[in-house]
Design a protein around this ligand. Structure first.
Ligand code: FEO
Length: 165
């Protein structure tokens, strides 16, 4: 069954949000590179790749449903960020916004009785639990580390060991 126009539009908006997230994570990675936090930079690059994969899931799904992908303009991401804690807090806030957007999309799919989209979105609902958890874990650890350079370097190293899921 061809996807309804309003659901198609909401998915195109979600593709933009995922790609905007990818763009911001890449900018955060570049920022950490300049601060010699290569582990945090690597974490952010992996996160950027995950966001691209999220966008492509929606992209493929729209085509599967005989829908039309319409890419939108992305804003220039921030260039300067703060401490590692502030960067990861920003990441957590961004993930919470993505979660709210996925939930709104889910509600729309339920309202439209679009069962296929509801089913597809269940993966994203679960994924967002993981996305928020991994950002929150880093925020909690960075709070414990405070301003201690040794602790920050240990966390940087740990972040660099993250592998793609
Ligand atoms: Fe695609 Fe991090 O949400």
């Amino acid at each position: 069954m061809k996807i309804k126009e309003n659901v198609e539009k909401a998915i195109n908006d979600q593709i933009r949000m995922e790609l905007a997230s990818a763009y911001t994570y890449l900018s955060m990675a570049a920022y950490f590179e300049t601060k010699a936090f290569s582990g945090f930079a690597s974490w952010m690059r992996l996160q950027c790749q995950e966001e691209e994969e999220h966008a492509m899931r929606f992209y493929n799904y729209l085509h599967d449903r005989d829908g039309r992908v319409e890419l939108q303009a992305l804003e220039k991401p921030a260039h300067e960020f703060g401490t590692p804690l502030e960067v990861f807090e920003q990441s957590l806030e961004s993930e919470r916004q993505v979660t709210a957007s996925i939930h709104a999309l889910y509600d729309l799919a339920v309202k439209e009785k679009d069962h296929a989209t509801v089913s597809m979105l269940k993966w994203f609902v679960d994924e967002q639990v993981e996305e928020e958890k991994s950002a929150l874990d880093m925020v909690d650890k960075l709070k414990l580390a405070g301003d201690h350079p040794g602790a920050l370097l240990i966390l940087d190293k740990e972040a660099g060991q993250r592998s793609s899921e």
